[in-house]
Design a protein around this ligand. Structure first.
Ligand code: DGL
Length: 284
């Protein structure tokens, strides 16, 4: 089956993250596109990606994206800033369906929100090292970017912790350079972080506008699907299911805890080494 020819409105949207964070993208996408079928893949077994090299993340991400393409998805959402940093261009070349990342839409929104030109981004170490937000904002005049890696945030979220004194202390330390730089706009440059937005806002105060890479990705996805003529416009009962390379029960439990009823029908899957060469175009 050639996806370019079979790219039908009825196919699901494929959403991928290293673990749980991409669910913030999935939830935002469902809010904006409630008629769409969704298949979500979290590479929980190999998370966190943020401490790995970009080359390693690229390999894992392509395996996961191949897996979603094998489901016959009509579009791919790379719901992970670290994977977006590593693999966006490869993915656009490799797959024939539209590929939407989280970095491009967030970097487009932030300059529209800032009043003083000082934008901060908090992200994983790998995203910080890749300098992808620097690249995405390079062409915008008058912007100063302050990047802060927050490596412990992902562990807190993956363990279901989104508040409490220990996390608050860690957040104060991570966010101090953002405050010192006088940023009035902060990009949540990791899809786990919208689950910490209450805490981040509490620490930084109302004067700092938060830009969620998850919500921006969902908005960009709507625009892309609409433009491509593959958006469901009729009311319908969509199917949504969730794949994890880790333990399905644990994933579902965490989903219940952090996202109420949103996560259900979770299946554990292995992600095989891709049988295709790195430069092959993958068809479903
Ligand atoms: N949620 C991912 C991101 O947006 C990264 C989490 C991880 O380190 O695995 O970058």
């Amino acid at each position: 089956m050639d996806l370019a020819e079979d790219e039908s409105v009825d196919a699901p949207i494929g959403i991928f993250d290293s673990g749980f964070g991409g669910l913030t993208v999935a939830r935002a996408a469902v809010d904006l596109m409630p008629n769409e079928d969704i298949v979500y893949l979290g590479d929980t077994d190999r998370a966190p990606y943020g401490e790995k090299t970009i080359a390693q993340v690229r390999e894992y991400a392509l395996q996961c994206l191949d897996r979603l393409v094998a489901h016959g998805v009509k579009a791919l959402l790379i719901a992970c800033n670290t994977a977006s940093s590593a693999v966006l261009r490869d993915a656009r070349e490799r797959y024939e369906v539209p590929v939407i990342d989280v970095i491009t839409p967030a970097a487009r929104r932030a300059p529209l929100a800032t009043r003083n030109g000082r934008i901060g981004v908090i992200c994983t170490e790998a995203t910080a090292r890749s300098r992808s937000y620097d690249d995405a904002l390079a062409a915008v005049p008058g912007i100063t970017l302050t990047t802060q890696a927050c490596p412990r945030f992902v562990d807190f979220v993956e363990n279901g912790v989104t508040s409490g004194p220990e996390l608050e202390q860690v957040a104060r330390e991570y966010l101090a350079p953002i405050q010192e730089a006088g940023c009035d706009t902060l990009i949540l440059g990791c899809t786990h972080y919208p689950l910490l937005a209450g805490l981040v806002s509490y620490v930084l105060g109302d004067g700092v506008t938060l830009i969620s890479s998850s919500e921006e990705c969902a908005r960009a996805s709507y625009s892309t699907l609409r433009r491509e003529g593959i958006l469901h416009t009729e009311a319908r009962e969509p199917s949504r299911y969730f794949l994890t390379t880790g333990n399905a029960e644990r994933f579902e439990r965490l989903g219940r805890r952090l996202m109420e009823g949103f996560v259900h029908d979770v299946h554990s899957v292995g992600v095989a080494e891709s049988p295709l060469g790195d430069h092959a175009v993958v068809r479903g």
